[in-house]
Design a protein around this ligand. Sequence first.
Ligand code: PHE
Length: 461
Amino acid sequence: MSIPNRDSFTSKFGVIAAAAGSAVGLGNIWKFPYEVGQNGGGAFLILYFFFVVVIGLPVMMSEFVIGRKTNVNAVRAFKKLSPNKPWYLTGVMGVAAAFMILSFYGVVAGWTLEYIHLAIVNAFKGQSPEELSKGFNDFITNPIKPVIWQVIFMILTAVVVIGGIKNGIEKITKILMPVLFLIIVLMGIRSLTLGVNTSESGEIIGRSVDGLKFLFRPDFSKIDIDVVLDALGQAFFSLSLGMGTIITYGSYIGKNNNLKKTAVEVAFLDTLIAILAGVAIFPAVFYFNVAPTEGPGLVFSVLPSIFQKMVGGYVWTLAFFVLFAVAALTSSISLLEVAVAYFAEELKVKRVTATIIVASLITILGVACSLSNSVLKDVTILGRNIFDTMDHVSSNFLLPIGGMFIAIFTGWAMKKSEFFNELTNQGAIKVKLFSGIYFIIRFVAPIAIAIVFLYSVGLLG
Ligand code: PHE
């Protein structure tokens, strides 16, 4: 029942670039730093690492295997492998997660467009981090401006998704990801060499080394179940796992690709960029004496200050925000793609029509997220505004639970030989540590996720 004329990635680098393009996004540069900041620094980082390696990687391999083996969208993949069983609901939950995530993702991505605009008109010049922070707050609490940028961003996303896999996603990612990487490294170097910040009277305001200490020195007293849940959710969010993105991308991957290697490379790149973003931001946060717990505005108030301390700051700021927006775009297209592939292939609507309808619905939901910083700020669900609710429910619950079902499906509903054959390209390549990976998929990942989940809703401990 495979779909005729399905697009596929043209080269090996194309696959990695596209999957890494999905993984690397706002999650690395915007969310990771503020989560680290709010959750006590190094201790969060260690938990995060642990979840990436022990749970994220095996789940990513499972998703690649399910996708490539079936060559269809995330919902039908389950139906194909396990007909007449409810496993496909995992895919349906993924489509729901895609809606929720992209609704707030489009808002933040819209913010990056406003920052490109501000960079072009050189609006950051001479502004202190406090002024930048105030500027950020004025902007997001404006009911109209962020919505306009959000809509523009969603249109861009839809245009790329309509363009299809080869023409759209692969090309953009291939060229721009390496440039983004370079700029973040340069920012990191500048941030680290800021040194000691003193006032006119000689008082020490802050030191950049303290940022490094904050990021890498774990304070285990900061860990509680909410921090654990955030780290787990962030691992899934940042690796684009648990909702069928990697299943969908896997379905476009050629039969000769080494899936385990691709998974390791993508996870490595994603984690590296998150850490580099941390190294760029935290030394500056401490140098300028900004509160690391500032939250979603953290990178928007701090990064422009780093660029002001760089030769050619104007160009760097502009280049950074353009690439930041592009990184968001290569992720948002992967979110939209999950829902579009589902509607186009299952409901037999044309791809263009499916894209327009889905993108419009998500944009409407997104407007509510955006307005929860202004006119809808008093609308709360269990103490969280609409924006935070979308983020919290999707990242911390839907994705890990989706990942748990994906692991259980791979470990228990699929035959071991099916999984083995797909991962080894029908025996053509050797996969080291196969038994260990399989054991984690069957037991460790599902049990660990279940424990974190039960604890966090208060059913354990
Ligand atoms: N991984 C993306 C990021 O870090 C977000 C994303 C989540 C994309 C889930 C696809 C699926 O920005």
